[in-house]
Design a protein around this ligand. Structure first.
Ligand SMILES: [Zn+2]
Length: 400
């Protein structure tokens, strides 16, 4: 395994461990990183083997035969149009050689990457260093979001102070606010009570983002099967086996409906703020409901990060859904592993049938291409992002 693969794998794990919430000294990251890497390598060892197994009982995990189907197949290593990835994380951006990242972006036809984790471990200097590195070494190619700290949430005036901090970060060059899923799931006040996504203490922050005209990209909750019993009826059985900490207790609050409902309540309460609900609001499996949410909340956008496998299993319905909601969906990916983008391009752009997704714990099913109309594809790749981010250099995009 080449070194760069290890780097991406580790980044991904850090992201899903959701550690960039509280301040922590940097020397505590390395042991955590190494532990995460060990878990990752163990998980890899559990993937289906290439060696044939002869048995009258083969487990679900091992039964993954190569397809015999012969149908036209298209390899798409480069998006048809330049695109903006609104959901990405770069963890060492202040010191990264951005020319390397830009070369990888160019190969994919990624015009602009949004780094959502600007403050990392709640570090304002880190944010400013990200902005500075991008300005100096890759002007126009990165947008950087700021983040919140909930440490002092019980202090009077916390919301106003945090809103001012967001405003200061925006003045320094940040172009949006990213909310991690910790809000609504794990953030608590000093008495140990859960802070709901729509807790009024955050209202000044949402209002300030509207006033500044910067979007809030908000990830709330988890895929709904995480709340379901871990049994053979659960579509995420394999993920919950490999990542047991992701299992949630259906009986202990908040429920999936509760936490996602709180997110919508924020959108309703702050109609002048633009919100991007991450991961298709975890409704990629139920696009009718998601479409209704978009219809009911004109200030809501969504993005497709980490949920392309939901779209790839319903190519006809999803294609029509994209046509119906073409002004409201953005391209996102989440994990920066360049070759995984090829599957996104193939699902969105081609009419290929029955091809593989790259992570079986997300999808044990095959993908089908949506063959999106050109006009819809352009909006998804860059048109809608241009409406949200006035900072984007329009010369990077065709006909703009
Ligand atoms: Zn993310």
């Amino acid at each position: 395994m080449p070194a760069s693969r290890n780097k991406y794998r580790g980044d991904w794990l850090l992201h899903f461990l959701e550690i960039p919430v509280r301040a922590a000294p940097n020397h505590r990251i390395l042991p955590l990183f190494l532990a995460a890497l060990t878990v990752a390598l163990t998980a890899t060892a559990q993937e289906p083997q290439d060696e044939p197994i002869v048995s009258d009982s083969i487990s679900f995990e091992l039964y993954n035969p190569p397809s015999t189907l012969a149908v036209p197949s298209t390899e798409v290593r480069r998006a048809r149009y330049p695109f903006v990835d609104v959901h990405n994380h770069q963890w060492q951006m202040p010191t990264d050689d951005l020319s390397e990242t830009v070369a990888e972006m160019d190969a994919l036809n990624m015009a602009v990457m949004v780094n959502l984790s600007g403050r990392l471990q709640d570090d304002g200097a880190h944010l400013r260093a990200c902005i500075e590195n991008a300005r100096q070494n890759a002007p126009g190619r990165f947008l950087i979001f700021t983040n919140l700290s909930y440490e002092d949430i019980d202090e009077p005036g916390w919301g106003e102070a945090m809103a001012q901090r967001v405003a200061d970060d925006v003045a320094a060059g940040a172009t949006g606010l990213k909310i991690y899923k910790s809000l609504g799931l794990s953030v608590v006040d000093s008495a140990g009570a859960r802070i709901a996504v729509d807790n009024p203490r955050l209202d000044p922050i949402w209002a300030k983002c509207g006033e500044l005209d910067v979007p809030v990209l908000i990830h709330s909750g988890d895929p709904s099967p995480f709340w379901e019993p871990w049994d053979n009826q659960n579509e995420r059985w394999l993920e919950l086996k490999q990542k047991p900490r992701r299992r949630r207790d259906a009986d202990s609050p908040p429920s999936f409906e509760q936490v996602m409902g709180e997110q919508l309540h924020v959108f309703k309460k702050h109609p002048h703020t633009t919100f991007i609900s991450a991961h298709l609001a975890w409704r990629g499996h139920d696009l009718s409901t998601l479409g209704k949410m978009l219809d009911d909340h004109p200030n809501m956008y969504t993005e497709i990060g980490a949920v392309i496998a939901e779209l790839g299993r319903q190519p006809r319905f999803a294609r029509q859904w994209f046509i119906d909601h073409q002004d409201r969906v953005l391209f996102g990916k989440d994990v920066w592993t360049p070759e995984e983008y090829w599957c996104y391009f193939r699902v969105l752009e081609t009419a290929d049938e029955y091809f593989d997704y790259y992570r079986r714990r997300h999808a044990f099913w095959k993908m089908y291409g949506l063959d999106l109309p050109d006009e819809v594809l352009r909006k998804l790749y860059y048109g809608n992002a241009l409406n949200i981010f006035p900072q984007l250099d329009r010369s990077l995009f065709p006909d703009k």
